[in-house]
Design a protein around this ligand. Structure first.
Ligand code: BES
Ligand code: ZN
Ligand code: ZN
Length: 498
């Protein structure tokens, strides 16, 4: 999509104007001035009879004299208009424009302004959300239904040149989110650990950062018994992806991002039932988010050292699979007693969290489609956040809201620790009370390997795919990239204390 900033006088006459209005809000005078008196009268009359400004109301109108096209989009009650609604409204307008086969729109930016946010952030968000709404997974379709919308201009009373930078950064971030969605959407038959690793190498190359991929032999040397154990049931061997971006000062402690890269999760010998296996080609969502977050952070030139670690495996049942009852020795030396081969994410992440120690990190955040229990706890609108530090938790929740990726702090108190103790191994990969508190026991398991640095864990199982009404295409949501970009920005600007 092509983006420009225009002043009122320079609005493209051929493009459809998008105007967002609250309940009981009348048409702005500056907007009316774009029309002949006849059109003005018609529009006022039309609005009186057909538009209530409610959240769900949207109208497409053609002004009779000029033939100019207009979308009127309701924003609901003014009191409830927040950052997240502004994102939804932007996406809605892009979808509407495509629905009406419009090629270019002019967005009345005043209508997207949210209290407390500066204009640059609004432009960046408008670009990101337009791109997210325009994406669809069409790689496997013979006939792609062409989207018509190709250009968007933002109408400002006083355009500033710095807004061009926001368009640029918005495009970098949106590209990273949409590429995450693309990788996650690729089905299990084509997305294997080596494919994910190759994608990471490509993304790193494009962003001029370092990427190393460890194969089985190198993992054996490092004694990564967790990754190797889970991976041994598949014909396709696991990989361990390492990306390093040196945007900060030499010697400054890095932010380390860790992502679960299970390219397909059958459950292993504890095979998932039919409904449970649906969508399990998306079990590398966390890994894809980390890989693309590194790409975006580097391209945005954020002044911070950042590392990405992604253990990539396929969890399959076969003659060589790991079994329930197996005891695996991880890179940390700790042993894991496998009680269920379907709780594989935490097992592979244990080695990645140990590997992270080597960087002496300022902060480690892992992200994983880890538990169905987190979906039960939170529903499908927020990811679970786990950390020992309540102050960090609050700061991260705020970052999540600002990034448009809400997260919610769940418990990780020490009492839960005894629930993940093994009988014959050091830690068990299933909590003592099984389903109860499953998201917390999974987090507590991870914590056993993350005690040497400040750490937080995101369980993104609830937000792997979008809900109706989010104005996003079916498939992967690409959650995590925007959160990590905001985290890196906040750490670089020392706006967050870890
Ligand atoms: N990948 C799944 C979790 C998941 C479920 C993600 C649904 C997204 C949507 C994970 O590996 C898993 O199978 N977890 C089990 C853990 C259990 C065996 C302790 C679960 O949640 O049922
Ligand atoms: Zn599983
Ligand atoms: Zn899984």
């Amino acid at each position: 999509m092509n983006y420009t900033i225009v002043s009122l006088q320079k609005v493209n006459e051929k493009s459809a104007i998008v105007l967002y209005l609250f309940e009981n809000e009348s048409l702005p005078n500056d907007f009316l001035k774009l029309f002949s008196l006849g059109d003005q009268k018609y529009l006022k009359e039309y609005m009186k009879n057909n538009f209530d400004g409610k959240q769900k109301t949207a109208r497409f109108v053609v002004a009779p004299e000029s033939g100019r096209k207009i979308f009127f989009i309701g924003k609901g009650d003014e009191k409830n208009f927040a950052f997240k609604k502004m994102a939804l409204k932007t996406r809605q307008s892009v979808q509407l424009a495509n629905q009406y086969k419009i090629e270019s729109v002019s967005i009345w930016i005043d209508g997207l302004v949210v209290k407390g946010a500066d204009a640059r952030a609004i432009v960046e968000q408008a670009v990101i959300n337009s791109e997210l709404a325009a994406y669809e997974f069409t790689t496997y379709k013979q006939q792609e239904e062409k989207k018509t919308l190709a250009s968007i201009e933002f109408i400002f009373q006083k355009p500033k040149t710095e807004y061009a930078k926001s368009i640029e950064s918005g495009l970098i971030i949106a590209h990273a989110v949409n590429y995450t969605r693309e990788l996650v959407n690729i089905p299990g038959i084509d997305m294997k650990p080596d494919v994910l690793a190759r994608e990471a190498v490509k993304i790193a190359k494009d962003a001029s950062i370092i990427c190393k991929v460890l194969d089985e032999k190198e993992m054996e040397k490092l004694k990564m018994g967790g990754v190797l154990g889970v991976g041994q049931g598949s014909d396709i061997k696991p990989k361990f992806i390492i990306m390093e971006y040196a945007g900060g000062k030499k010697g400054d402690k890095p932010l380390v991002l860790v992502g679960k890269g299970v390219t397909f999760d059958t459950g292993g010998l504890n095979l998932k039932p039919e409904e449970g296996m649906n969508e399990m080609w998306m079990d590398m969502s966390g890994g894809a988010a980390v890989i693309n977050a590194l790409g975006a952070i580097a391209r945005l030139k954020i002044k911070l050292n950042v590392v990405g670690l992604v253990p990539a495996v396929e969890n399959m049942p076969s003659g060589s699979s790991y079994h329930p009852g197996d005891i695996l020795t991880t890179m940390s030396g700790k042993t894991i007693e496998i009680l269920n081969t379907d709780a594989e994410g935490r097992v592979i992440l244990s080695d990645a969290l140990t590997y992270a120690e080597k960087y002496n990190p300022a902060f480690v955040v892992d992200i994983a489609t880890l538990t169905g229990a987190c979906m039960i706890a939170l529903g499908l609108r927020k990811a679970g956040l786990f950390t020992k530090n309540h102050q960090i938790a609050e700061a991260l929740e705020q970052l999540g809201d600002a990034a448009g990726e809400p997260i919610w702090h769940l418990p990780l108190d020490e009492e839960y620790e005894e629930e993940v103790k093994g009988t014959h191994g050091d830690v068990a990969n299933l909590g003592k009370y099984k389903r109860y508190g499953g998201a917390t026991t999974a987090a507590m398991f991870l914590y056993q390997f993350a005690k040497k640095y400040p750490w937080a864990h995101l369980d993104m199982a609830p937000v792997m795919t979008p809900l109706d009404g989010e104005h996003l295409a079916k498939g992967a949501k690409g959650f995590g990239v925007r959160f990590f970009v905001e985290l890196a920005r906040a750490m670089a600007a020392k706006k967050i204390r870890i």
